[in-house]
Ligand binder design. Sequence first.
Ligand SMILES: NC(=O)c1ccc[n+]([C@@H]2O[C@H](COP(=O)([O-])OP(=O)(O)OC[C@H]3O[C@@H](n4cnc5c(N)ncnc54)[C@H](OP(=O)(O)O)[C@@H]3O)[C@@H](O)[C@H]2O)c1
Length: 256
Amino acid sequence: MEANKMAENKPTLTLITGADKGIGFETAMSLAKLGHPILLGSRNRERGQEAVNRIRNAGYHADLLVLDVTNPDDIQRAKKTVTENTGYLDILINNAGIALDNHEDAATLSTDTIRKEFDVNFFGTVSMIQAFIPLLKKSKSGKIINVSSNMGSLGLASDPHSRFYNVSSLGYQSSKAAVNFATITFAKELADTNITVNSVNPGWTATGFGGRDTNQPAPAGMQSVQEGAQQIIKLASDARNNLNGTFTENDGILPW
Ligand SMILES: NC(=O)c1ccc[n+]([C@@H]2O[C@H](COP(=O)([O-])OP(=O)(O)OC[C@H]3O[C@@H](n4cnc5c(N)ncnc54)[C@H](OP(=O)(O)O)[C@@H]3O)[C@@H](O)[C@H]2O)c1
């Protein structure tokens, strides 16, 4: 049997990185409820297992992949596990991300900090895509969803009328701009295959991202985690899979 025939009529196998909490976990639980078996990526085994148990206890399907996206051994082990267990992957959601430069001036921001952000946000995303393309090609309808940010939009950052014009977090912003470039590049390179590649901006969301204390009330304008995960879930669950090379959020298309 051809490999992509093997994937036909199977539930939509979905791997999400950094899914033990925040937007990643919300996406995992919501897609599990929609019938997707979840491969829940977490770099922390205990927290990852707890997250898997929450999904299983709710009556849905999830398995843990201990996966630090900056660790090539972890990525290869995850690829081997999926290859041996199913032989295909339908959706890869590159959600793992960090922000370490808290609006520091670019003039004094440590390049070590910028490198750490690129390691997770950009190189982690690219490494995962490169590793999982062969398995995604064996899906009937493959998707790569890169969780980016409006902070990485060059169009918004350079628009004097945008609220992002005066925002400066060089490491985080440029790493997410690079993620968007990866989206464009892979979308074109894979255009003749069964795989689509898109970027999504969750928007400003009430998670612990960037060290925010989740016990504190969300400031005005900050979205719920459900709202933050909405566009990712919409793209992941769209059976048509007819968008390729886009950058979207809940309100529609964003400028690159
Ligand atoms: N929250 C927002 O306002 C916002 C806005 C725009 C975009 N985003 C993007 O949304 C995504 C999810 O963020 P979130 O708000 O849900 O933040 P979060 O609650 O901090 O979750 C981030 C997840 O990424 C994981 N992670 C970090 N480094 C990793 C690595 N090297 N390997 C694997 N996993 C790693 C974290 O694991 P640990 O628990 O081990 O640290 C955590 O599970 C990020 O890509 C972020 O850039 C967020």
